[in-house]
Design a protein around this ligand. Structure first.
Ligand code: GTP
Ligand code: MG
Length: 209
């Protein structure tokens, strides 16, 4: 699948302000600086669709983008929403605003009926982090489908590249019977783009709107 058009629609401070739930939606979430905005730009082939900041914790709202708005459904493709969510676990943000953002994200994730899959971004350079594992546990408890999307693999050397995934999967299998879909990406190199877009295209086919 190629992305024909990608447009920013709006930033919402509350789940109730989100655009109509009339098309399949994919939320990108992960710790600050994990590479969410970069991945969104990479997938949509836009340089600065989602603002990339070198300051962690910059994305502070539920940011909706519409992909392929108005595309002819007879082509077997359809329009979908992409959502850039605030990064979590950023230490320099005050506890109050961290708790507030966590609550907003959780409300959004549990309330949004057109949400097809949460893209859980994980930095491939780090060993499994408690906040990430806990957040995936929370999604499991709330029956939210998610995929693990590993980022920044271009930064790994050959050994790290061979080792990170089996290590992470072993950690996951301590808590889960089955692993979610896994994608390995580099926004720098465009790696994983086709695979992720194909997954989205297939999942779009399951949307009953
Ligand atoms: P917040 O919105 O602040 O939570 O961050 P984010 O998750 O949107 O991360 P962002 O895309 O802004 O990327 C953070 C930093 O990592 C930037 O300096 C990016 O250039 C860098 N980066 C992101 N993805 C990649 C990648 O695939 N490879 C490399 N080498 N660097 C990356
Ligand atoms: Mg961002």
């Amino acid at each position: 699948m190629e992305v024909q058009s990608a447009e920013f629609i709006k930033s919402s401070a509350h789940p109730q302000e989100c655009p109509p739930d009339d098309r399949p939606e994919y939320a990108f979430i992960g710790r600050s600086n994990v590479g969410k905005s970069s991945l969104i730009n990479m997938l949509t082939n836009r340089k600065a669709l989602a603002k990339i900041s070198s300051t962690p914790g910059k994305t502070q709202l539920i940011n909706h983008f519409v992909i392929d708005d108005g595309v002819k459904e007879t082509s077997g493709r359809r329009s979908w929403y992409l959502v850039d969510l605030p990064g979590f676990g950023y230490a320099k943000v005050s506890r109050t605003s961290r708790v507030k953002w966590q609550r907003t994200s959780e409300q959004y994730l549990t309330a949004r009926t057109n949400l097809m899959c949460v893209m859980m971004l994980i930095d491939s350079r780090h060993p499994p982090q408690k906040v990430d594992l806990e957040f995936m546990g929370w999604m499991g408890e709330n029956s939210l489908p998610f995929a693990m999307v590993f980022t920044k693999v271009d930064k790994l050397n050959q050994t790290e590249r061979a080792d990170f995934l089996p290590l992470y999967e072993a950690e996951m299998l301590k808590r889960w019977h089955r692993l979610p879909p896994v994608y390995v990406t580099s926004s720098e190199k465009g790696e994983g783009r086709e695979e992720l877009l194909r997954f989205i295209e297939q999942t779009n086919g399951l949307f009953e709107g």
